[in-house]
Design a protein around this ligand. Structure first.
Ligand code: T68
Length: 815
């Protein structure tokens, strides 16, 4: 039942109709009178009403899309970190005021109702969250764009902090069901692993027959992606793995019950877990199965749909379909599409290759060598025998062409091979098989061109482009910071909220000088800080001082992101306060959060250090209200939505050249926090947008880091020996200062014995200086609020609407 008025095409969204429908639905889902209903029932009821409304629109959309009038974009990604959806749907439907008022009148706590939704953690961090922002923007702009990924049974682990250490707990996100997906068993497809490939001549043509394979069923679950107040509803399709038959009956009948069950669980294991590492390549067979799983299943459905529309032919496919691969995890799209075109559709190799390249585009998300995917050749060959043959042929032709065009460069040509050193180099496969390769910020794209993929850039200069990341303001500002949204509406009107129009926030600039406006901005920040303080008090029992600066670093824990630099500075401040408790410092609260990959021992040590320092500092009566440190456990999308609006300083302090873009930096900026960071990733573009007077930058440049790394010349010990502050702090890491059992030898050694790979000590003094400068500016609240307003005013280019428009113009050319 959609809440519709039968006389008009459009839905009636009167409060009265909604109120009636809501009460009725609550009674249906609970089987009780409304007055007896629980928050859970109310959540389920609202979710159902929302879905009924959206699915009606979805059906209309899907039949339009099936006509293939427009070019369609498919995002292939191993992660989609979508976050809670209920409120986003309500807002995108334009139901927000109606729902808020009605629930309020009915005495229903809307916040508590939303908290009933288990936050789906189907991604690690930036890469997966970017996909979710892109889906939101694609729909908001009215483009037909869909996601294709895996429906993991267990999302990213829940992080608990026990005895100051990270403990991982399974995330059973589906335990109470998930109301926003529709399972489509009739659209399931078979994915084939292992087996043998045989050649056979049929009608004078060679055919490749894949036999004796292990089949796995891929079952699609579709989640609607509703555009902001428009009639677009796209789809996020997540695939779940099932055995083709629930039991292998023949095995079962022969009395091998355990064996039959084993087959079942082997199949299901493919979509069981999300790999919890965001920057390390493990090379596990199960991961390779996952990669082929969603690639094969996704392409099958897209091809089937296209052929249905195109009278059974794949001709013209690249004019109607864009396959966008999010990092290299879906790079098997290249040989798989070739396999379909050549083996199944009978195209000549060259034509198929041309179609494949025209269809596929590739985004790279990191330059860290340890994250680059390289699969052992024998593993790929065994698991995917036919796909591997195709990779071999792609590689053979590529090297042949290279040697033909560049006969004098055989070494370089070989270095670009897909197959070398016994491995399949997935980035090479992705570059060779795409018409477009992009980095995610200007600096990152420059590093790709000049360092990481320099040889490819020399050969395919036109293939390389750059699209700076963006984030959806609808979730990370309008949704999570309603106070700010209203202030902006009241100050400059509501046009800035139209999709694709966030740059009109620049109209705010003249108001940055206006004391009354700045006062309101400060009041909103204050309220958001109190909201976060309340959350932290309730969940952790720590009491924060809302008059202190809220200095925030929230992101995955990684050496290159340098949470260590942050905490060393905290220890310095603590030492200063211990020697002079009356020092005139601006009170400060350091808030950190983030998960470490379970196998990343060093990152877990950093988490332990932060928590140990927090314990010590927060319980020392000497520091009073001047210094607090909080590590917020289990950072995820919903926690993030409370933290960003409350932040005043956004810590973006990665070693220059290492953070491809960062997207948290953008979320902070739109909420009025000032960036304190290195000239890395998109920080560079934030600095350009706001001007150097409105950002706090410090530290080595990417070129300086590069030069040290290539020519040497950095000795961390020298820095240590010349800075007594560092001597004291590093001493405290190992001399029992933080308690007998709280030594941090591993961290100490990395900084001094192993020459500090990420230049923490080198950047320490400039970091301390810039922190002091920021604190001093904060004393001048007028100045601070002005800078904050300027940051908000220039944040429009960091909307993912802008990113999608750039992709549209530079890569997909949908229009
Ligand atoms: C991030 N990468 C970048 N990777 O680090 C960040 N990796 O700078 C950028 O803003 C963001 O991508 C979006 O472009 C990741 O988040 C992963 O999560 C990841 C996951 C699995 C394997 C490798």
């Amino acid at each position: 039942m959609a809440i519709t008025d039968k006389n008009t095409k459009h839905k009636v969204k009167t409060k009265e109709a909604f109120r009636k429908a809501f009460i009725k639905k609550v009674e249906e889902v609970s089987g009780e009178d409304f007055s007896e209903s629980t928050t859970r029932h109310q959540y389920e009821a609202l979710a159902e009403l929302v879905m009924e409304e959206i699915t009606a629109e979805w059906a209309v959309n899907n039949s339009r899309l099936h006509k293939m009038e427009e070019k369609q974009i498919y995002f292939f990604s191993i992660e989609f970190l979508i976050g809670r959806l209920l409120k986003a749907y309500v807002n995108n439907l334009g139901w927000d005021t109606m729902v808020e008022e009605t629930l309020d009148e009915l005495g229903v706590d809307y916040e508590a109702l939303q908290a009933e939704e288990h936050d789906p953690a189907l991604g690690n961090g930036g890469l997966g969250r970017l996909m979710a922002c892109f889906l939101d923007s694609t729909a908001a702009l009215g483009f037909p764009g869909h996601g294709n990924g895996i429906r993991y049974k267990y999302g990213l682990f829940e992080q608990k902090i026990i005895n100051n250490e990270q403990v991982e707990v399974a995330d059973i996100w589906l335990k109470n069901g998930y109301p926003f997906e529709i399972v489509k068993p009739d659209k399931a497809v078979v994915v084939k692993y292992n087996g043998d490939v045989r050649m056979e001549e049929v009608n004078g043509k060679m055919q490749f027959i894949h036999e004796n394979y292990d089949p796995v069923l891929a079952v699609p679950y579709d989640i609607p992606v509703k555009g902001y107040r428009n009639d677009t509803v796209n789809s996020l399709r997540l695939w779940s793995a099932k055995p083709v038959e629930d039991f292998d009956l023949s095995t079962f009948n022969q009395g091998h019950f355990l064996k039959a069950m084993q087959r079942k669980s082997e199949a299901e294991s493919i979509s069981q877990i999300l790999y919890p590492s965001d920057h390390g390549f493990e090379g596990k067979l199960l991961r390779l199965k996952q990669e082929y799983f969603f690639v094969c299943a996704g392409l099958k459905r897209i091809v089937r749909r296209y052929k249905k529309h195109n009278h059974g032919s794949m001709d013209g496919f690249p004019d109607k379909i864009c396959i966008h691969i999010n990092d290299t995890h879906p790079a098997l799209c290249v040989p798989e599409l070739m396999r379909i075109l050549v083996d199944e559709e009978g195209y000549d190799w060259d034509i198929a290759w041309d179609m494949t390249i025209k269809s596929i585009s590739f985004t790279n998300h990191t330059v860290l060598p340890e994250a680059l995917e390289k699969w052992p050749i024998d593993m790929v060959q065994k698991l995917l025998p036919r796909v591997y043959q195709i990779i071999e042929e792609i590689n053979r032709r590529f090297i042949n062409d290279m040697n033909w065009f560049y006969p004098e460069q055989v070494d370089r040509n070989y270095s670009m091979a897909i197959l070398k050193d016994g491995q399949v180099h997935m980035a090479h496969l992705a570059i060779i098989g795409s018409h477009s390769v992009n980095g995610v910020a200007e600096l990152h794209s420059k590093i790709l061109r000049e360092e990481t993929f320099k040889d490819f850039y020399a050969v395919f200069p036109d293939r390389f482009t750059s699209v700076t990341n963006g984030v959806t303001q609808r979730r990370f500002m309008m949704g999570s910071n309603p106070g700010l949204k209203t202030l902006l509406d009241d100050t400059i009107g509501t046009d800035w909220k139209k999709p694709g129009n966030m740059c009109s926030l620049e109209a705010l600039l003249p108001h940055a000088e206006d004391a009354a406006f700045c006062k309101k901005l400060a009041d909103i920040k204050r309220a958001n800080k109190e909201r976060l303080a309340k959350y932290i008090k309730e969940t952790q029992g720590i009491i924060l001082n809302p008059d202190s600066i809220f200095d925030v670093q929230v992101k995955r824990i990684h050496e290159y992101k340098r949470q260590l630099l942050n905490i060393l500075h905290v220890i310095l401040t603590y030492n200063q306060l211990r020697s002079n408790p009356n020092a005139d410092i601006v009170p400060k609260t350091y808030i950190l959060a983030g998960k470490a990959a379970p196998s990343y021992v060093y990152a877990k040590e950093v988490i332990r250090l932060i928590n140990v320092v927090a314990d010590r500092v927060n319980n020392d009566p000497l520091v009073k209200d001047k210094l607090k440190v909080v590590f917020v456990p289990n950072f995820n999308v919903s926690v993030a939505e409370i933290i960003y609006p409350a932040a005043e300083i956004s810590e973006q302090i990665s070693t220059a050249g290492k953070e491809a873009s960062g997207t948290g930096n953008m979320k902070f900026m739109m909420n009025g926090a000032l960036t304190l960071g290195t000239m890395d990733g998109a920080n560079v573009e934030i600095a350009e947008a706001v001007g150097m007077d409105n950002i706090f930058t410090f530290g080595l440049s990417d070129t300086e880091v590069y030069n040290y790394n290539t020519h040497g010349g950095y000795r961390s010990l020298e820095v240590y020996e010349s800075d007594s502050r560092l001597q004291e702090i590093l001493g405290q890491l190992i001399n029992g200062f933080f308690g007998e059992s709280a030594g941090f030898q591993m961290i100490y050694d990395s900084l001094l014995l192993h020459n500090d790979t990420y230049f923490v000590l080198k950047d320490f003094a400039p970091y301390v200086d810039i922190q002091d400068i920021a604190s001093n500016v904060y004393r001048d609240q007028k100045q601070w609020q002005k800078m904050s307003a300027i940051n908000i005013a220039h944040s429009g280019i960091f909307s993912s609407d802008r990113s999608i428009e750039d992709y549209e113009k530079r890569v997909w050319k949908v229009k």
